[in-house]
Ligand binder design. Sequence first.
Ligand code: ARG
Length: 457
Amino acid sequence: MKMWSGRFRGSLDETADAFNSSLPFDSRLYKHDILGSIAHATMLGETGIIEKAEADAICTALSEIFYDIKSGALPLEGAEDIHMFVEEKLTERIGNAGKKLHTARSRNDQVALDIRLYLRDSVTEIKNLLKALCLQLIAVAKENYRTYMPAYTHMQKAQPTTLAHYVMAYAEMFMRDIDRLSDCRKRINVMPLGSGACTGTSFPIDRERVAQLLDFPTVTANSLDSVSDRDFIVEFLNCAALIMTHLSRFNEELVYWSTEEFGFVEPDDAFSTGSSIMPQKKNPDISELIRGKTGRVYGDLTAILTVLKGLPLAYNKDMQEDKEAVFDAEDTVKSCLTVFTAMIPTLHFKTDVMNKGAAGGYTAATDCADYLVRKGLPFREAHAVVGKLVLYASDAKKPLHRLTADEFRLFSPLFGDDIMDTVKIHNVVNCRKLTGGPAHRAVAQEVRRAERFLAKI
Ligand code: ARG
């Protein structure tokens, strides 16, 4: 019999019951539900709303229920949702006192509390996974300050850079993701209990005490808003979606870098698979799957935005849909970060191919123009001169460093013999030592800053 069945004559249709039930997925919240109930019961006892002895009995039984669920002794089945499940078990175990737990509380503020408590933990876990990934990227960077490779714009070779600079670009994205999660946690970390079904309660509860017991710095300000607010879930899913965007971009690079045409990297046997028909194949499946799973996390975000867009105040059952989206996004982000972090140190970068690639495609052309600017030519004119020079070299099928200084002078008398040094790839890279640049010194500085940031996570 349902706890709410008093005003009903008939019982719930079996299909409707199964359809309505969230226990198959919200059972994940059992620990946080019990923690929240222990805090609520403690406060009810302290304020004298229930007897102190009753509160103690509730708290003891709740922790026993927690350990029984954890050990598997108490199977999670037979209730409408996790909140009802825990309360039913409590009442089975301690009788009348158990029936008092729900005083001054509704499932609406209870579920809002549970999901906030749950997300606080997952945000911390995801931040730690992001940190581990960044540390692996830093390790690659430290080995490759002088591994030259082309940087691309429009997927055309643009200017030379280093593998260290390249992987640190992704580390920056993942560090922003860490920051974004910390920011999102601030709005998760507000205590909604006491909002009741929608207008609070007439009992003299102590919301601040509950917040203190559960380590929340503040309580929510408006009961109608509290039970219908899922903004923090949208923010969390947005963080998750952006993490996936970053993972997907990086893995897309690894997919095409591992083609024969590019040949910048070879995935290790431990992180690639073969074909059922083509004996020669070695496919970057892990990278492709990470790229593919990005779609489902975008789906989770879109689903919740869509669920929320037409909801009037306050609680509506539509909101039960938030959980599966959160859990799916959380599981996906965690598994992708874990497998990708494990894969990073196994990647075989073909540094000779990268170094060679850095010099192709006239990537030193900007530096030839800059050279002329230093000799007094306005940049726009220098650009035009070097354009002609590149056309000449490309007709002659030679890279810039294979031309002679005299050939440079065919295009401008301002070119001295030192132009031959200027076009050397290591000089092109290492003269860019400004903050954010690819020079060994600049990237080493970026790495130190990143290490300092990560040490505080
Ligand atoms: N399982 C419900 C959810 O996840 C709990 C809140 C139910 N509240 C209600 N008024 N039916 O949203």
